[in-house]
Ligand binder design. Structure first.
Ligand code: C2O
Ligand code: CU
Length: 454
């Protein structure tokens, strides 16, 4: 049986419908709204969202196209938009205080940049991110391959957790020092695409492309897949060289995983994505199976066409920087440099600085390293803390290189407590780029640095 080609036109039509009232650009509003995140017996939760929704509108464009959006800030506090994972031009990276000024309430900012890589990306603020993302500001950014794989259906799943008060309003513990020094703002309620009970009907034997995105502040999602045969075809937007079969996937904050899955559950049954950890199991996404799409198994999926990333090449002779990750509760950090002076832990904590990278808390005046344009850079990370961290590099993708063959391209790497990993990348994108933990309270609490390229 032949597969139906996915309807790419649907995305194009939705795009054209974005209102552009008196503006040369399509508009993306950051605004307060409400969302039915909790079951229907609760009132809708007041949120902040792009176009006042959770998730924000899906932005879907062809590889090589330009993304243009005028951000209108209708929030009561300044904001910006960061386009996570895009190998973007520096001025469009959205990092307040580094690549742009914060957009004040009532203000606007025009984003206009090329999309070099196909894949699954997302957008979120880069100012008070720990608060603004926890309130619901994020949306999917899908860059389509010229020749997408043939599937029956493609679905984007944005996973998030929320910290609710008893009435399903957002708990007002934003910025609580305990969260900053420990695991971050972990929620007590989980949604997929802003819904408590997300589900989607499928047919037995159907082939789906699932684009999973972890939008949580700090939650790591250990996922188990049942009733489906799944292959990983891309990580953090970038195709893997050889798709591989999985029954479990772990998504750290900000990480993405593209799966091609064939529904194996029989009609009348349910395929399911479950969060499975020490505390138990939670069904996140249900795929009730109705009818039969095909009865014969399909061939395992082929690799997606690779993006033109600069290959790392020889590591010998490349600059190597050591980066110890330090601090946090039970981390034993005694002191670190903050604002150019060495300070003890008590003084640091008083200023909200609980974490450090190679002895420096928060952004220093000077970059952690400088790279010449096109130079290969190695960073040897060592997690000297009692917590896992999800380290994210802006403007580039990297490979893990400390275990024989280089790992897949990623923009966010999960390091377990006490784990070491070496990453390498070609610094081919000029500008000032952040490197930080994507557990947002950790980043705000000091686990952030920057590199300068060119
Ligand atoms: Cu997803 Cu520095 O960001
Ligand atoms: Cu962290």
């Amino acid at each position: 049986m032949r597969l139906r080609r996915r309807d790419v036109l649907a995305g194009a039509v939705a795009m054209a419908a974005v209102p552009s009232f008196a503006s040369p650009m399509p508009v993306l509003r950051a605004a307060a709204g409400t969302a039915q995140l909790a079951p229907p017996e609760y009132d809708p939760t007041p949120i902040w969202g792009y176009d006042a929704a959770v998730p924000g509108p899906e932005i879907r464009l062809a590889q090589g196209a330009r993304l243009t959006r005028r951000l209108l800030n209708e929030l009561p506090q300044p904001t910006s938009v960061h386009w996570h994972g895009i190998r973007i031009e520096n001025a469009m990276d959205g990092v307040v205080g580094m690549t742009q000024e914060a957009v004040p309430p009532g203000g606007s900012f025009d984003y206009d940049f090329a999309l070099p890589d196909a894949g699954t990306y997302w957008y979120h603020p880069h100012h008070r991110t720990w608060e603004q993302m926890a309130r619901g500001l994020y949306g999917p950014l899908i860059v389509e391959e010229a020749q997408p794989p043939e599937v029956d259906e493609e679905l984007v799943l944005m996973l998030d957790d929320w910290r609710f008060a008893a009435d399903a309003t957002l708990h007002d513990s934003f910025g609580a020092p305990h969260d900053w020094a420990h695991a971050g703002r972990i929620g007590n309620w989980v949604t997929v695409n802003g819904r408590p009970d997300w589900q989607h009907r499928v047919a037995q034997g159907a082939r789906l492309r699932l684009r999973l995105i972890n939008c949580a502040n700090a939650r790591i999602f250990p996922l188990a897949l049942s009733g489906m045969r799944a292959h990983v075809v891309a990580l953090d937007g970038q195709p893997v060289e050889r798709p591989y079969a999985v029954s479990e996937v772990t998504l750290a904050p900000a990480q993405r995983c593209d799966l091609i899955v064939d529904v194996t559950a029989a009609a009348g049954g349910t395929a399911r994505i479950t969060e499975r950890d020490r505390e138990g199991e939670l069904a996140l996404a249900d795929f009730p199976v109705e009818g039969v799409a095909r009865s014969a198994d399909l061939e395992p999926p082929a690799a997606l066409p690779p993006n033109a990333l600069p290959e790392i090449g020889a590591l010998d002779g490349a600059q190597v920087a050591q980066m110890r990750m330090q601090g946090g509760a039970m981390g034993g950090m005694l002191s670190a440099e903050l604002n150019g002076t060495r300070q003890d832990m008590r003084a640091l904590a008083g200023q909200g600085a609980f974490w450090a990278l190679e002895g420096v808390a928060m952004l220093a005046e000077a970059p952690f390293l400088r790279a010449a344009l096109g130079e290969t850079v190695r960073i040897a990370l060592r997690n000297d803390t009692a917590w896992p961290h999800a380290m994210h590099l802006h403007g580039h993708h990297f490979r893990r290189v400390d275990s024989g063959t280089p790992g897949p391209w990623r923009d966010t790497l999960l390091l377990d407590r006490r784990e070491s990993a070496e990453i390498a990348f070609v610094a081919d994108n000029p500008g000032k780029w952040l490197f930080h933990c994507h557990m947002l309270e950790h980043a705000a609490g000091g686990m952030v640095t920057w590199i300068e390229v060119g």
